[in-house]
Design a protein around this ligand. Structure first.
Ligand code: PMP
Length: 472
């Protein structure tokens, strides 16, 4: 039930909520009153298909998750200084999805807290300070993380880059520094990972220091749904470890089975991180997150003698909810579902790319997909205007998608995992219509004769698809 009109909500928000907290669709924000599975409903009861929400992982307000949280809340909620079964069972469930050497958990309340603790563990364990991060990466809103998030500190008003932070190129083989149009596949991973080696060498020669940590998402979401090339992570992990550092995999967006075959994105690259952080999907909307690490790193932390206490981290309610999320992923076979529906989404978008010259690239694994809008397929020039138009028009059609990447030209699709093939059909046919209408209006204004099929092929060639199938 609405407690005030939408206009009043906006006015009260303008008055009391910090202006830096920005809304989706700022010009005409949505007032969402309730949500179920992959749908959200506004104050008029109108439904929107949610392709944005990777937090409502097993579907908005999943009854099993709601029930688990309510039940535990009515029995007990307290900090984790008392023994409780929920926290140890939750830790066990996480560990069961990980390689053997990752066996120790710390519970926190958000992805940012998880990454902050990961950095602290890395500093304590290695005794080093120098951090390597990737261009366009985002790892959280705490001061320690803004400092290593190029996505934020690189903004005109952002803080200056800290002297212990080193930024390597985003391993974007489509529009990054080294492209698949110029180099063979094997060369790409070497070229990008060699940058990390160079950073390690420079840190040693210029500062006389070793590396503390390399931190990266296993697939780069803020960078524009980027899938690093084969062997990139393997090479990087080798360089970092040989130079004294540990490797942190940020799985806050891509973890928990979204990619289908694997629970975690790092498994796709056949590497074992020293520290893994997770959040968003873990509580299906409830704030719970975690850090997983090795016994050796946990032991270094213990040896400092400084107790780790986090008032809400790992409380019985949060853990009951996370356990219900795990149960639901397993009971409803959501990883397999993500694989099948993700494959269908990818194929459908590839077909769409053949019709629309503004789609330069389609990339994705499971239910994590990016559609890169370009002005020119040869030059791969980013087309932010088309991406913004798509977002606005799709919203009018009651489909919520977002855009990201350094030029904000990559349409992101990362829906709740209960997304269906019918949902895919709806998204793709609507996108087809929206892009056609845009092309028609552009052609009308420039008086150019309409051509349905673009002359150049998008990057979505067969080999790319084969690579992808192999990797998932
Ligand atoms: N890491 C990544 C990759 C993220 O996308 C985010 C949030 N967008 C965070 C960390 C921070 O998580 P939170 O907002 O839960 O603090």
């Amino acid at each position: 039930m609405e407690q005030m009109t939408k206009k009043e909500t906006i006015a009260l928000r303008d008055k009391h909520i910090g202006k830096s907290c920005q809304l989706f669709f700022r010009q005409d924000p949505l007032k969402i009153m309730r949500a179920k599975a992959q749908y959200m409903y506004d104050e008029k009861g109108d439904a929107y298909l949610d392709c944005i929400n990777n937090v409502a992982h097993v579907g908005h307000c999943h009854p099993a998750v709601v029930e688990a949280g309510c039940r535990q809340m009515s029995i007990l909620n307290t900090n984790n200084r008392f023994l409780h079964d929920n926290i140890v069972l939750c830790a066990q469930r996480i560990i069961n999805t990980m390689p053997d050497k990752l066996s120790v958990c710390y519970f926190v309340n958000s992805g940012s807290e998880a990454n902050d603790l990961a950095l602290r563990l890395a500093q304590i364990h290695t005794g080093n300070r120098q951090v390597i991060t990737l261009e366009h990466a985002y790892h959280g809103h705490l001061t320690s993380l803004i400092d290593i998030s190029h996505y934020k500190f690189n903004l005109p008003g952002g803080p200056p880059q800290k002297d212990y932070v080193h930024v390597a190129s985003c391993p974007d083989t489509y529009r990054g520094k080294y492209r698949d149009s110029d180099y063979a596949k094997e060369e790409l991973s070497k070229l990008y990972s060699d940058e990390i080696l160079t950073i390690c060498q420079n840190v040693s020669s210029e500062k006389g220091e070793k590396i503390c940590a390399f931190i990266a998402e296993s697939l780069l979401s803020c960078g524009g749904q980027i899938i690093p090339p084969d062997n990139y992570m393997k090479n990087v992990y080798d360089h970092v470890r040989q130079n004294g550092g540990v490797c942190i995999a940020d799985e806050v967006q891509v973890g928990f089975g979204r990619l289908g075959k694997h629970w975690w994105g790092f498994q796709m690259h056949d590497v074992i991180p020293d520290i893994v952080t997770m959040g968003k999907p873990m509580g299906n909307g409830h704030p719970i997150a975690a850090v997983v690490t090795t016994e050796e790193i946990a032991e270094s932390f213990r040896r400092t003698g400084v107790e780790y206490f986090n008032t809400y981290g790992g409380n019985p309610v949060s853990c009951a909810i996370a356990n219900a999320v795990f149960d639901t992923i397993e009971k409803e076979n959501l990883r397999e579902h993500a694989l099948v529906v993700g494959e269908y989404l990818f194929d459908s978008c590839q077909i769409l790319a053949k019709k629309h010259a503004c789609i330069g690239d389609v990339r994705g694994v499971g239910l994590f997909l990016g559609i890169e809008m370009v002005k020119d397929r040869d030059l791969r020039t980013p087309d932010k205007a088309t991406a913004s138009y798509v977002l606005k028009r799709m919203r009018e059609e009651h489909i919520l998608v977002s855009a990201d990447g350094p030029e904000c030209n990559v349409i992101k699709i990362k829906p709740p995992m209960v997304f269906t093939k019918e949902n895919v059909d709806e998204v793709v046919s609507t996108l087809d219509r929206v892009l056609k209408e845009l092309r028609d209006s552009q052609q009308k204004s420039s008086n150019v004769k309409s051509t349905e099929v673009p002359s150049k092929e998008p990057r979505t060639r067969k080999s790319l698809k084969e690579d992808r199938i192999k990797s998932i």
